[in-house]
Design a protein around this ligand. Structure first.
Ligand code: MG
Length: 303
């Protein structure tokens, strides 16, 4: 029992003892507490490679048996998979959470043909994501290895915001969004922190431009809580999770796999979207996935 449950129990307990003396007013206050809107749910999602299973149907069966409610497919050739995914999810309590990248080129490419590849493949994925009811399509502005890249200047930031504005408006027309993912400096020095991604969302001036946090990459942050709160209800659209030492299943790295302060932020934000597994495993997947889900649920309770 946490402190809040203890206090709620104590207040209601005291009320029931005192009810004969004080009448209906105490009953009303207890009924009020019972009617409080339900606590924010932890909605767990898996990328396609997480669940054991020989094919998508078996993986979704496994996910359903564990109460996993989100599925995050890779975006490559998504348009050709819309029917397959819709059929596989039909009649299940699992929805497409987000689409993970899958486009060619990149938005900050110096080479116009590489930028054009990004524009056309990303738009195809966004349209397919909309058909699948996805919360958005995850993108990174530029990985460190992507060259030639526009220089890290004020003009480039302005250009990024303008380009994202157009992309965000396109996504809105397809009832979805684009989701900026900050990465750690070894993978993408351009965009490392959730608050910076949120500021780019704001400056892009489109409700179709959102951001996310990835607990693995959030080694860049000084506080999980502050990072997620900085993105807040306006911009936070998705979350990735992995262990915090080796990017394997949450729990496989022992005590460092603590997500409580981040989860507390999600609860305070009444975060309505998904926390999605993006990680490998060093153990037997049948055991490590189950243990990771249990760990997350226990830490969510604790938060
Ligand atoms: Mg990620």
């Amino acid at each position: 029992m946490n402190r809040r449950q203890f206090l709620t129990g104590s207040i209601c307990g005291a009320a029931s003892v005192a009810v004969t003396a004080s009448g209906a007013s105490l009953l009303t206050s207890c009924a009020g507490a019972a009617e409080k809107k339900p606590a924010t749910e932890l909605r767990i999602s898996f990328q396609e490679g997480i669940a054991p299973g020989a094919n998508l149907g078996e993986k979704l069966d496994y996910m359903e048996s564990m109460g996993i409610v989100g599925f995050e497919p890779w975006g490559g050739n998504l348009a050709s998979r819309v029917g397959e995914i819709q059929q596989a999810l039909s009649g299940r309590n699992i929805k497409v959470s987000a689409i993970c990248a899958g486009f060619s080129g990149f938005i900050l490419a110096e080479d116009e043909s590489v930028k054009a590849q990004f524009d056309s493949t990303m738009r195809d994925i966004v349209a397919a994501a909309g058909e699948l009811g996805s919360t958005g399509v995850i993108m990174v502005p530029a990985f460190n290895h992507q060259n030639p890249c526009k220089p890290h200047t004020l003009e480039t930031r302005q250009y990024l915001c303008e380009q994202l504005h157009e992309l965000g408006e396109y996504a809105l027309k397809h009832n979805t969004t684009v989701i900026l993912e900050p990465l750690n400096r070894r993978e993408a020095h351009y965009l490392r922190q959730v608050a910076d991604a949120a500021a780019i969302c704001r400056d892009s001036k489109s409700a179709g431009v959102k951001c996310m946090g990835d607990f693995w990459h959030m080694q860049e942050e000084t506080s999980d809580y502050a990072a997620l709160m900085a993105a807040g209800k306006d911009y936070l659209q998705h979350v990735h999770i992995a262990s915090r030492g080796r990017r394997i299943m949450p729990g496989e790295d022992g005590e460092v796999d603590n997500y409580v302060s981040g989860f507390r932020a999600l609860k305070e934000l009444e975060y309505p979207y998904y926390v999605s597994f993006e990680c490998g495993t060093k153990g037997d997947r049948n055991q490590t996935v189950k243990a990771a889900v249990e760990l997350m649920r226990a830490q969510w309770e604790q938060a």
